[in-house]
Design a protein around this ligand. Structure first.
Ligand SMILES: [Mn+2]
Length: 238
């Protein structure tokens, strides 16, 4: 049986249409999972049913997390926020952690930030203005190309997955983790110190990555990125 992997999606700002790059579903399929979309809702019963029926959830990329969810007021440099999406994803994540603490969770880009905020962490609302001199985390190449390196903590889950302590990644984020949630452990940073990856040490698989592996795998040169999706899907089989 291939594991069922729930995917979160974006919505149009009028909250009437779902939006989702196919690359996430394609990557999960290619790694051996069955991707299913979890349509956004405020219904707690439906959210509980989602958490019960999937073997794991991939929190996908997208818009900025509403700063109100981490106790800050919105700065001018903050981008578009979708409070409905934030609400749903935070409820879903808390339901998973409370009722299904063994189910794997992978957060990509915005999804990584959601995984941090849900547990009490904060974000830079805008790296360029709040962390002067940082790298170009909005890269000038298209998404299947890498633009900066990251250092991975030896002995971490990301180290085991990638088999290396330095890899190159792509970068499409103007926000990033500022304060890591107390129960999380930073496992990857770029040269400017920006947090690019973390895990929850007491959880079988709770991993956030700030880059976009689902786009890197489009180029054979980045085949190592399949190892992230394979590790996630394999963890969901258990
Ligand atoms: Mn980056």
């Amino acid at each position: 049986m291939r594991p069922i992997i729930g995917l979160t999606h974006s919505i149009q700002s009028d909250e009437k249409k779902l939006m989702m790059p196919l690359s996430y579903a394609n990557s999960i399929q290619a790694a051996g999972g069955v991707p299913v979309l979890l349509p956004i809702t405020r219904d707690a019963e439906v959210i509980a049913a989602y958490a019960g029926m999937v073997d794991g959830v991939l929190f996908s990329g997208g818009e900025d997390v509403d700063p109100q969810f981490y106790g800050e007021d919105q700065l001018w440099a903050c981008g578009d926020v979708l409070p409905f999406r934030d609400d749903f994803e935070l409820l879903l994540l808390r339901e998973l952690l409370a009722k299904h603490p063994e189910k794997p969770v992978l957060g990509v880009c915005r999804g990584e930030q959601v995984l941090n905020v849900a547990l009490g962490g904060t974000l830079y609302q805008d790296l360029k203005s709040q962390l002067p001199g940082c790298l170009a985390h909005q890269q000038h190449q298209i998404a299947p190309y890498t633009s900066h390196r990251i250092s991975i903590e030896a002995g971490s889950k990301l180290h085991a997955i990638y088999g290396d302590t330095t890899i190159a990644v792509n970068s499409f984020h103007h926000q990033a983790v500022k304060e890591i949630a107390p129960c999380l452990q930073v496992t990857a940073r770029s040269a400017d110190g920006v947090i690019e990856g973390f895990e929850k040490p007491d959880h079988p698989y709770y991993i956030g990555v700030q880059w976009h592996p689902e786009r890197l795998v489009e180029r054979e040169e980045n085949a190592v990125q399949w190892q992230l999706f394979r590790s996630f899907v394999n963890a969901c089989r258990k």
